[in-house]
Every structure is written in C-alpha cells, then in structure tokens.
Design a protein around this ligand. Structure first.
Ligand SMILES: Nc1ncnc2c1ncn2[C@@H]1O[C@H](COP(=O)(O)OP(=O)(O)OP(=O)(O)O)[C@@H](O)[C@H]1O
Length: 255
C-alpha cells in the first residue's frame, strides 16, 4: 500500500512576544497509508489540531517535510496548495460553519462550484446522492437553522465529500454530538473509508477511536505512542473489547 502522507522531522513553532517561541509540534514523523482510517488522541493542548492543519497544508509548518501524494507541500505556492486542498481533501470540523442564507444542499454544492469547469447540474446530482447516502435528502431545501446537530454534521460530511476527496480530515467531528448521532456519523465515515478514502480524525472520544484502525497519541507536540488494531467491522461484535483496550492503553500513556 502506498503512503498518502509522509511527514518527517516536522516542527511548528509560533512566536510568543519578542524573544519567546512556543514549540507546538516537535519532530513529527508520520506515514499515513492510502485508505487508512486513523485517529489522533492526547490531552488538550498537545497539538492534535495543529498536526492536522500542518499535514494538510492548511497551516505552514516551521521546518521539516510533508509529502502529500508524493508532493512536498512546504514548497508549494499558496495557490497550488489551495487547489490540492479543494480537489483532493475534505475537512469536517466540530463547528461546521454553514452559510446561513443558503439552503443545506447549496452549502454542500458550494466547494464544487468553485472549480473552473463546474457543471451545476452534475454537482447538484452528486449533492443529492450524498444527502441520500447520509439520510438527509428530505431536508435539502432547509437552512442550517432548521437542522439538528447530527443532521448538520451530515451536511458537513456531504460538503467534505462533494469533490470526491482522497482523504478526509476531521477535527473533533462528533465533539458536539450525543452518542447516538456520534455512532451514526462514525458509521458513515466507516462506509466512506471502505470505498478507499483515507480518514484521519482528531478525537477525545474512545468510542470514536475504537472505530479506527490506528490511534496516535500525542503529548506536548510529539507523537509518543501508537496503537494498531484490525479494521473495525460491526459484524465482529468486539466494540467493547476495543474500547477497553484503548482505555487501558491511554492509562498506560498517562491520560
Ligand atoms: N497560532 C497559535 N499561536 C499560539 N499558540 C498556539 C497557536 N496554535 C496553537 N497554539 C497552542 O498550541 C497548543 C496546541 O494546540 P492544539 O489546538 O493543536 O491542541 P489540541 O491537542 O488540538 O487541543 P484540544 O484537544 O484542546 O483541541 C495549545 O497550547 C495552543 O494554545
């Protein structure tokens, strides 16, 4: 299997005042395989979101190397990076920031309409198909003030998928949801992963991490440990065991 991401010796430092710097990421070495489903855990402030933003090129690392699909993202111009992000990456956040004056389906179509050769009819068909897949086709013409948290998060997933990304990055995508909606969103992400899309999530939730096949654990800007598991399969009925082994591993890591 080839790697979609290869980060080596990546660091991120920010200036705090005139003579002080804060190291947010320290010597990150990470390979993500194409089609992998992984999660990042660790205490608050350990650098999980910063890791996601820097390997996806949403933020610029300070030093080191990140190869995305074989291309060094550190040396790309902002314009080229933006094209790669728009065309091959999908992002889901805890707060999905929908445009309030647009319908939900228009919000989903929005990133696809930015492409120069956009065909509105094809994009609309694709958006409808995604809404059907995530079970929200009935609320296509509603606005974001009319949906539940779980429904709006599905809109966020559809929006992330509209350009057929090779990878989906999620920063606490279920952070604001109850456990039922979390389960539903994770099932959708697992289905998407099954079709070959790489999925990488930041999460505090053991139940979310238990659906992934590799968990990275960060402390103080470093990946200090990782846990590999079999790909989750709901038919195996081993959810409890997976969750318990993650809890044990987190405790061993001092969380
Ligand atoms: N632009 C910035 N300027 C200054 N400090 C920053 C900046 N970005 C992040 N930080 C700090 O870097 C550290 C890591 O932040 P980050 O959001 O990546 O952590 P996290 O592990 O995702 O935390 P949480 O679980 O609370 O979301 C935090 O202490 C944060 O305050």
């Amino acid at each position: 299997m080839t790697n979609i991401i290869e980060a080596s010796s990546m660091t991120k430092r920010v200036a705090l005042g005139k003579n002080t710097e804060l190291s947010i990421l320290r010597d990150i070495n990470l390979k993500v395989k194409k089609g992998e489903f992984l999660s990042v855990m660790g205490p608050s402030g350990s650098g999980k979101s910063t890791l996601l933003y820097n390997i996806s090129g949403m933020d610029r690392m300070t030093s080191g190397s990140v190869k995305y699909q074989g291309r060094e993202i550190g040396s790309l111009k902002e314009e080229d990076l933006a094209k790669i992000r728009l065309g091959t990456m999908g992002f889901i956040f805890q707060d999905i920031n929908l445009l309030k004056n647009l319908s939900l389906i228009d919000n989903i179509m929005f990133p696809a309409l930015a492409a120069a050769d956009a065909n509105k009819h094809t994009i609309s068909q694709k958006a409808k198909q995604l809404m059907k897949m995530t079970g929200i086709e009935k609320i296509a013409d509603h606005t974001s003030t009319q949906g539940s948290g779980g429904q709006l998060q599905r809109v966020g997933i559809c929006r992330a998928l509209i350009n057929n990304p090779d990878i989906i990055f999620g920063d606490e995508p279920t952070g604001a949801l109850d456990s039922k909606a979390t389960e539903e969103i994770m099932s959708i992400l697992a289905e998407i992963n099954k079709t070959g899309t790489t999925v990488m999530l930041v999460t505090h939730d053991v139940k979310v991490a238990a659906k992934t096949e590799r968990i990275l654990f960060m402390i103080d800007g470093k990946i200090v440990s990782q846990k590999k598991m079999r790909k989750y399969d709901a038919r195996q009925d081993d959810r409890k065991e997976r969750e318990e082994s993650i809890m044990k591993w987190l405790m061993e890591n001092g969380l």
